[in-house]
Design a protein around this ligand. Structure first.
Ligand SMILES: [Zn+2]
Length: 371
């Protein structure tokens, strides 16, 4: 009827040491970056029994992507994640097909699916998301030039003036050097950006001064989210999470095209194709208990601390316990979820209601299954 899972853990180097221990259930004495709840082949979720013990089975053996179209993650970032963009449906499908046929020899796409994502902050969360205000981005580059004799970013700035951020990217990658990158924090201060932003650039410098894509970050808008607030990133919007812990909800895809701040492969050509300057982040200044329903998102999310929420049959649903225990009540049964475990319901599973006794993330697909 409903399966209970734990997250599949990812130990990426940007994670927080034991940062997800409350939900992973164990110390690894190493970075804990993400816990995955879903059926993606990159990390299908282990099933657990009523005592929370792993059964040796996993969710992907029971469901496919049609039944479980969403991937939910708990994420803990100690330092900036790569500057990245996700492909839309058409690009992911054609790009993945080109790889399968050998036409594209590099491994750029992990699967043929679009990735749109929502990040809900569980504590103070910082990110770069979408483009910075045009005038401010130009001012920022001018301030960087002023600190680096001989550096000429005129062409990049004229692209920005014309609203074409994409065209400025290859020029900034070309102009990149560790010396130029190291001047970003002072330049941020010189144009009057606040302390949090200056610190964000200091972090980028400390971690990535030799990174080929670091000089892209002045073009990105800085975003601070308090607990319960969220940002929705449609496919095509560049972003980089800086620091914090949050719940991420996305279509079941791991397609990440990177531009910088990473040891992983960077594909500037594919990233430029994937970026859609018409789309912007949707920043949601909401709180615990409010419905998070971004425009054009294939899901709705609500964080509950008390009270209840209906999860009717007909669409995929998942309830992930974050603090305390919550109960999933069916007509003739109920199950309890503990921090780090989630109840997963396919469209065919019966109507359910979540009763929150502590923080729980309730996520429902808006794609209804026809019968
Ligand atoms: Zn992303």
């Amino acid at each position: 009827m409903s399966l209970v899972v734990r997250g599949a853990i990812k130990d990426y180097d940007w994670g927080i040491i034991d940062g997800l221990i409350r939900w992973a259930g164990e110390s690894t004495n190493a970075p804990q970056a993400e816990l995955w709840y879903g059926i993606h082949p990159g990390g299908p979720s282990p099933l657990v029994d009523s005592k929370g013990e792993a059964t040796g089975d996993d969710l992907a053996r029971h469901f496919d992507v049609e039944s479980i179209p969403l991937l939910v993650k708990l994420l803990a970032a100690a330092k900036p994640l790569s500057v990245q963009v996700h492909p839309n449906k058409a690009l992911a499908a054609s790009g993945y097909a080109a790889q399968q046929s050998g036409e594209e020899s590099r491994r750029v796409f992990s699967d043929p699916f679009e990735k749109t994502e929502l990040l809900v902050a569980l504590q103070d969360f910082e990110a770069f998301a979408g483009w910075r205000d045009k005038q401010q981005a130009i001012e920022f580059l001018t301030a960087i030039e002023a600190l680096n004799a001989g550096l000429d970013l005129t062409s990049a700035k004229s692209h920005l003036a014309g609203g074409n951020f994409k065209a400025a990217l290859p020029l900034l990658i070309e102009a990149n050097s560790s010396v130029v990158v190291s001047s970003m924090a002072v330049a941020a201060k010189n144009i009057g950006l606040d302390g949090a932003q200056v610190r964000a650039y200091e972090t980028v410098i400390a971690e990535y001064s030799n990174d080929a894509g670091a000089l892209i970050t002045p073009l990105l808008a800085y975003l601070f989210l308090a607990k319960g607030e969220a940002v929705f990133l449609p496919a095509g919007v560049p972003h980089s999470y800086i620091r914090g812990i949050g719940v991420e909800v996305m279509t079941s895809s791991d397609n990440v095209v990177r531009l910088g701040l990473t040891n992983k492969p960077v594909f500037v050509d594919h990233a430029l194709t994937a970026i859609n300057d018409e789309l912007h982040p949707q920043i949601m200044r909401v709180g615990i208990g409010d419905l998070i329903w971004p425009v054009n998102a294939p899901f709705v999310v609500r964080l509950l601390e008390s009270g209840s929420e209906r999860m009717p049959k007909g669409a995929y649903r998942i309830a992930l316990a974050i603090e305390g225990k919550s109960t999933i009540v069916f007509e003739d049964a109920e199950i309890t979820i503990h921090p780090g475990t989630a109840a997963v319901m396919s469209a065919e599973d019966p109507d359910a209601e979540v009763q929150a006794h502590g923080l729980v993330a309730v996520i429902q697909s808006t794609i209804l299954t026809q019968h």
